[in-house]
Every structure is written in C-alpha cells, then in structure tokens.
Ligand binder design. Structure first.
Ligand code: AMP
Ligand code: GLY
Length: 424
C-alpha cells in the first residue's frame, strides 16, 4: 500500500523511518518533507492547507493511507475532507481534534467525564475574566482557548502578570485563538506525557515520555516546541500509569464516542503528577514532536498495522511490543531559536557512520546539491538508544560532538531529571 505522510518535522521523519520498516508499505511520500525524509521517502511539494491539492495527489498516486502529522491540518478538517473523498486517513476528524483545538472543549469533557484536571473558569469577555482574577490570586495560569503554536499559555506568578496575559488575549495577541480565555488553577508536580492510539472505540497505551520545553539548560529561557525528550519516563510508575489510564485516557475515549465524535488517532496527554495523582494539563490530538523521535525507535511492533487499525476504526487485537532500551533525543536548533534566526546555515558531518544505536531525524533542513542547510528553528534530532537514560544521553552527545554546525546549538542536559533519579 502506498502511503503519504503530511508534515515536514522530526516527527514526520521518525514516522516515515518507522513506516519504511513495515513490509506492507509500498511507495512512501512525505509532503512537504525535509532533507532527511528525502532519503527515506519521496518528498512532494504539498501544502496541507490546500485540501483539494492533497486529495488530487492521493487520487493521482492511488495513495492507500494518509498519515497527518501536525495539529493545524487536523483542526482545519483535512482528515474529514480526505474521508469524504474516500481516502483512508490516520488522524482525528475536525470535531475530535477539538481536544487540542479548544482548551474550553477539553475542560468541558473533563467536567462531563470526571477527568482530573485543574479547576478553571472560561471567559469570552475581559470584564468577567478580570473579575475572576480578583478572587483567584496568582500563581494562576492563563490560556488562550485556541491553537497558538504553543505560545498561548502564561503561567503567571504575580497578579500583574495574570492581568496582562488576560488583556493580551482579548487584545488579539493570539488572533482568533484568544477570543476565549481559560483561567486555571496552578498545579505543582513533575510533568510527563502519555501517548495512546485509539480507533474511536478502544485504545492501546503507547508509551510515556518527558519533553524539555525551555530553550536552555536547567529549564530556563523561553518556551519552545521542545528541545529534547526521552522515553520511557521513569517518573510514571506502573501505579501512576494505571491511574492515568483509568481516570484520564479511558474516559476520554468513551466520552468522545458517547458524544458522537469518536477520536481516531493519537491521544497525547500532557500530565501533571500532583500529590493527588495525575491531572490532565492538556491534550494534543497527534504524535508529539520531539517525543515521536524517541517512541519510534523503541517500538518493535509494525507501525503500519496500528495506524491502519486506527484509521479503519478497528485496532482488533493489536498488541504492542517495545524494545527494552531507553531512547533519548536531543534537538539541535538554529542559533537564536525560538526568537529570530538565520536561515540557510550549512551543516556538515551528517554522513558519518554513527553506529546502530544512533539515528538522526531531520526537521528544518533542505539539501542544496548534497549540502544540508538549516532552514528552520528546530533542525535536527539526534536520537540514541541505551541501557539507561545516562547511557543514551552519553551516546547522543557523542554523536552531536561529531556534527559540525556553527549556526546551531542544543541543550546539554536533556534527561537530567531521569538521570538524577538513576543516580539516586
Ligand atoms: P500547555 O500548552 O497547555 O501544555 O501548557 C504549556 C506549559 O504550561 C505546560 O507544559 C506546563 O508546564 C504549564 N502549565 C499549563 N497548565 C498549567 C497548570 N494548570 N499549572 C501549572 N503549569 C501549567
Ligand atoms: N513536544 C510538544 C508537542 O509536540 O506539542
């Protein structure tokens, strides 16, 4: 079966890399892809915002399955338009992608299904939001309702900051995404991510991971799309995992089905492990980036079987198998990211043999006559497998030290929480 993966990041490179290992995958396309996916698959210049162009390509090439990577096309309803054109697609409908597309939607589902989450209020006007802040002092969290590329959340440590964040939303800083605002209780604990794949009725847990959102070592600096990750997250004990499954994942799948908007795709739960147990911080309706770059190397099972099961609405009795090793990925980003950065800086040293435990997934790269150039903020994901987080970390940084890219930087402490745990 011929497959098209939509997207151009490290997540899509990792998905394509894993799909390439599935015997039932014939031709593999990535649209638009990057210099890494060009080695694993065939890149096609597709704009995911142009649904008709995607449909036309799929019809012309007789694509058997479309795998949608990023959230924007999901929330825009690309999966619905493909299904309407009788094309099989992995990824939730527009209605189900509201789990990521609207914080207020997810909060309402949590109320309905008794899913543990932060207490909150939702507001469509400034006056009411400011009045709520009067009775709910900082620390408090202000969230633009809609998709804001990870920038719509302010953890306000002072009342002033909270008020400014609320005003910024209603002043249109996040465009339509800020027309509604969710104000929520500040939760404390360690964060972890839990991934599950659903066919709309049933689900399978995939794995846990931990991301590193801040740009610099020690979790300081501006928020980014994610600077590195590892899987599994040892902070998620078997007990916490069972609790999160029972109290969060299972009622979400059941609640979405009961509403008539079954969720078919990957549920990515951002959790806060509070002293009262796991609480849902947010849902994403897709695979994580860079978490996919650690999930795919750990996955032993055939990815295509899982994606097809979800897409067709029947995961059947698919059982998941995982390699016992830990995977850790370090993101290399352009100097200046997440602020402004120079485009087109050359990267050398990628053609070496890094050994069987290291895989480099590309994100913002292009190739100019064989020379790899950095074209985006997040550029490379250097992933290593190891017997422990420390071991995987050592291997990842050893590989990074052999890559020559003066235009880029990375964090040097990815995995530190788990390593502190390993070292007791
Ligand atoms: P989100 O985009 O919803 O994942 O939020 C971005 C980040 O803000 C999360 O990863 C948390 O670090 C933080 N955050 C969000 N909601 C809360 C909350 N209720 N309490 C504490 N931190 C939060
Ligand atoms: N790693 C964060 C995200 O995928 O949203």
């Amino acid at each position: 079966m011929d497959v098209l993966v939509i997207g151009s990041g490290g997540r899509e490179h990792a998905l394509a890399w894993k799909l390439r290992q599935s015997p039932q995958v014939g031709r593999l396309f990535v649209g638009p892809g990057n210099a890494g996916t060009a080695k694993t698959a065939t890149n096609v210049a597709l704009d995911a915002g142009d649904h008709q162009a995607v449909i036309d390509f799929c019809k012309a090439e007789k694509i058997g399955l479309v795998v949608i990577g990023p959230e924007v096309p999901l929330v825009a309803g690309l999966a619905d338009d493909l299904r309407d054109a009788s094309i099989l697609v992995f990824g939730p409908s527009k209605a189900a992608a509201q789990l990521e597309g609207s914080k207020a939607f997810t909060k309402a589902l949590c109320d309905e299904m008794n899913i543990p989450t932060a207490a909150y209020g939702r507001f469509a006007d400034l006056g009411a939001a400011l009045a709520y802040l009067e009775t709910h002092p900082a620390p408090i969290v202000i969230k633009a309702d809609g998709l804001a590329a990870g920038k719509g959340v302010t953890v306000a440590m002072t009342d002033n900051e909270a008020e400014e964040a609320v005003r910024a939303c209603f002043d249109g800083e996040f465009g339509a995404a800020g027309a509604e605002v969710v104000i929520e209780e500040f939760l404390t604990g360690e964060e972890a991510s839990l991934f599950a794949i659903s066919d709309g009725k049933s689900y399978r847990l995939l794995a846990t991971a931990q991301d590193h959102k801040r740009a610099h070592d020690g979790d300081v600096g501006p928020n980014t799309g994610g600077m590195g990750a590892y899987s599994p997250a040892p902070v998620m004990t078997d007990e916490l995992l069972a609790q999160a499954e029972r109290e969060i994942i299972a009622p979400t799948v059941a609640g979405m089905a009961a509403r008539g908007t079954p969720f078919q795709g990957v549920l990515y739960a951002g959790l806060m492990l509070t002293d009262k147990g796991p609480k849902l911080i947010e849902y994403n309706a897709r695979f994580g980036d860079p978490e996919t770059q650690v999930l795919m190397p750990r996955l032993k099972s055939n990815l295509m079987d899982l994606l097809l099961g979800s897409a067709k609405g029947d995961l059947g009795n698919a059982e998941l198998e995982w390699h016992p090793e830990v995977a850790l990925t370090v993101v290399m980003a352009s100097n200046g990211y997440p602020g402004s950065y120079k485009k087109g800086t050359p990267i050398s040293g990628l053609h070496q043999d890094f050994g069987p435990d290291v895989t480099i997934f590309h994100a913002g790269t292009s190739s100019d006559n064989g020379q790899v150039l950095a074209t985006g903020g997040r550029v490379l994901n250097v992933t290593a497998m190891g017997s422990s987080v420390s071991d995987a970390q050592r291997r990842a940084y050893a590989a990074i030290d052999r890559i020559d890219w003066p235009g880029g930087f990375c964090r040097r402490d990815i995995g530190y929480r788990a390593i502190n745990r390993e070292q007791g």
